[in-house]
Structures are given as structure tokens and as C-alpha cells.
Design a protein around this ligand. Structure first.
Ligand SMILES: C[S@@+](CC[C@H](N)C(=O)[O-])C[C@H]1O[C@@H](n2cnc3c(N)ncnc32)[C@H](O)[C@@H]1O
Length: 248
């Protein structure tokens, strides 16, 4: 999605986006940020801050908060969170020069979504360059495996309907809209909403190649009633995003 497409989402954000900041989502980001702030982290950057969902959590804990986004409408919406230590910057994650070596904790929550592996790799390098020696990166990334998990639950349900296995697979391809995915490149491709999704092994490799050390992955778990228009399977293991921690 380009700047204009994100601008269009800014006003009705929670209607349009499934967010790890929604009620009921088990998000390990808060506890980790709290620990890093207590451990002396002074400057935090929220890279792709959107309408500023994380800003009220960051501002009281860190001395300086850089709220970065390339969408003017998102930055405008974020202004409702009024704290004197927040500095807003209209920047693309593909060029973060003004922040090089100024940040102790860099956060990117579902903002590295460009449907291009090259652009993603370049953004990860830019994020790493914002960090001071010893700095930490905390990120949330859409999980490709989570989508596959949901696809298999659809298949199981179709099998239970008593149709032939071949028919169940065919039904699943259709319901799942498999034609919209590139499973190799990890891209979901729809008219104005193409975006990158990440395999855990891929994320691990890309972070290392971008110069991060010791990447660790955990899950941000979404209750089934929080996944919007998706097929829901209450009682089955939930869908998730990847929560990433890494050092420089
Ligand atoms: C899904 S929203 C997430 C917003 C916020 N992090 C949150 O979780 O509430 C993605 C945000 O990243 C921003 N974004 C996407 N690509 C970007 C880029 N290349 N440079 C800067 N911001 C970008 C969008 O404008 C949007 O505000």
C-alpha cells in the first residue's frame, strides 16, 4: 500500500485494520517495552506509528519518543495523543537518516509490509541504522504460517462436510482465495492492498542479513472474534503475528 492508500485508512483505522492493539489480543510487546524502559532505554522510535496507538504507552516511559510515518493523515490522527516528549517525523522507513544512531529502542508494529523482498530488506537495514550500539529492535510482523493454519482449518471443516477429499481441497482453494497469495515470495496480492507476510525462518534470516543479532520470535495471539472478516474457528488454536526481538 502506498502513502495515499494508508492516508485513506487513517480516519476509520480500527474498522479497516486487524490490530495487535485491539482488545483481547495477547501482545507481549507491552511487557518487553516496560522492561527496556526500566532498564534505562531513553529514546524510542515508533516506526510506522500510524494513528499513534502505542504512543500513550511509550510517552510516559521513555524520555524521547520519535513517532515516524510516511502518511500525513496517520500523523495527523496521532496528534490526539498530546505529550511534550513526542516528536513526529514524516519519513519513509526506506530512508531513516535523520534518526541514524539516535535510538535505544526501535519499534515497528505491522509497518514493514511492502510487497517486495528487496524493499523489506532495505527497510530492515534502515531500522538497524537508527539504533545506538546495544540498542534493541521490537517488531510485529504478519505471519504467513498463521494464514496457512487458517487454510488448513478451512480444509478440515470442508472435509467434515462429507464431500470427496478432492472437492474439499477445491472448496478450500476457493474460500481461502489461494490465487491471491504468492507462497514463495510471501505476498498477499489484492488490487490496492498487496502486502508482505513472513515465515518465521525467513524473518530470522532477513533480520540476521540486515545486521541484527540474536533475533527471537514469539507470537502475538488474536482471539477468533478479533480477526474481522476472516473465517473464524472458535475453540481451535488462534491466528497470530510474529513478535520479534533483536539486538544490534
Ligand atoms: C498497519 S499500520 C500500523 C500502525 C501502527 N504501528 C499500529 O500498529 O497501530 C501500518 C503503518 O505503517 C505506515 N507505513 C507503511 N509503510 C511505510 C513506509 N514505507 N514508511 C513509513 N511508514 C510506513 C502506514 O502509513 C501505517 O501508518
Amino acid at each position: 500500500m502506498d502513502v495515499k492508500a494508508w492516508d485513506a485508512v487513517a480516519v476509520d483505522y480500527f474498522e479497516e485494520v486487524i490490530s495487535p492493539f485491539q482488545k483481547g489480543v495477547a501482545n507481549p510487546l507491552y511487557a518487553k517495552l516496560d522492561r527496556l524502559a526500566r532498564g534505562g532505554g531513553q529514546t524510542v522510535a515508533d516506526l510506522g506509528c500510524g494513528i499513534g496507538n502505542l504512543l500513550p504507552f511509550l510517552a510516559p516511559r521513555f524520555k524521547r519518543v520519535h513517532a515516524v510515518d510516511f502518511s500525513p493523515a496517520m500523523l495527523r490522527e496521532s496528534r490526539r495523543h498530546r505529550f511534550s516528549n513526542i516528536k513526529r517525523l514524516r519519513l519513509s522507513l526506506s530512508d531513516l537518516k535523520p534518526l541514524y544512531a539516535k535510538v535505544d529502542v526501535a519499534v515497528a508494529v505491522n509497518s514493514i509490509l511492502a510487497p517486495s523482498c528487496r524493499e523489506v530488506d532495505a527497510m530492515l537495514v534502515e531500522v538497524r541504522r537508527t539504533l545506538r550500539p546495544g540498542g534493541r529492535f521490537l517488531g510485529v510482523f504478519p505471519a504467513m504460517e498463521s494464514v496457512l493454519h487458517q487454510g488448513q482449518l478451512i480444509l478440515e471443516r470442508e472435509l467434515q462436510r462429507g464431500v470427496s477429499e478432492r472437492q474439499a481441497v477445491r472448496n478450500t482453494h476457493r474460500i481461502f482465495e489461494e490465487h491471491k497469495y504468492s507462497f514463495l515470495a510471501g505476498i498477499f496480492d489484492e488490487a490496492d492492498a498487496s502486502q508482505k507476510l513472513y515465515y518465521s525462518f525467513e524473518l530470522h534470516r532477513r533480520l540476521k542479513e540486515a545486521g541484527f543479532r540474536a533475533p527471537r520470535l514469539a507470537k502475538v495471539r488474536y482471539p477468533w472474534n478479533a480477526v474481522g472478516g476472516h473465517e473464524a474457528f472458535p475453540g481451535r488454536p488462534p491466528m497470530w503475528d510474529w513478535f520479534v526481538q533483536a539486538r544490534v
